[in-house]
Design a protein around this ligand. Sequence first.
Ligand code: S3P
Length: 172
Amino acid sequence: MSEYPVIVLVGPPAVGKSTVGAALATRLGIGFCDVDEVIEAEQGRAITEIFAELGEPGFRRLELDATLAALSAGGVVALGGGAVTNAALRSALEAHQVIWLRTTAQEAVRRVGASTTRPLLNGDVAGNWTRLAAQRAPLYQQVATVAVDTAGRSPTGIVDEIIGLLAIQEPS
Ligand code: S3P
């Protein structure tokens, strides 16, 4: 069992949860799980295909199971941007250290680029991102232990801030 608490990254799409999560886990020498990747690996298909075949409710059911399993396994866990819309998941997060990563719409749009892998953003990335981020802000706020802004910052700088905010003792 790791000496560290489970550290969970939440926030809207394209805020850097996967990049920062992987960097934080490497720095602490603990495991990292990206829940979206787990779902795709378990289902053997991309999230866009899962949305197309099962709809958003079907995806959310898979996401609930995969997220609860990841939280039980420990380490650093990057959640999908919409996971916090599930009340059971919000309750499960109460037991953990939760980092809310935030950014600007401009930065999120830049990070998304030409990618079409996030079905809820497709069509109008700026408009959809802005709407989702605003709708979910109270939910991120509810589950978060701390909030960290990522726009224009390096993963290393963000990891430094998280380690400082959580007062984590790094491996020597
Ligand atoms: C979603 C965000 C995505 C992925 C799915 C739904 C959302 O994850 O889970 O496309 O509802 O915001 P990222 O936040 O990692 O992009």
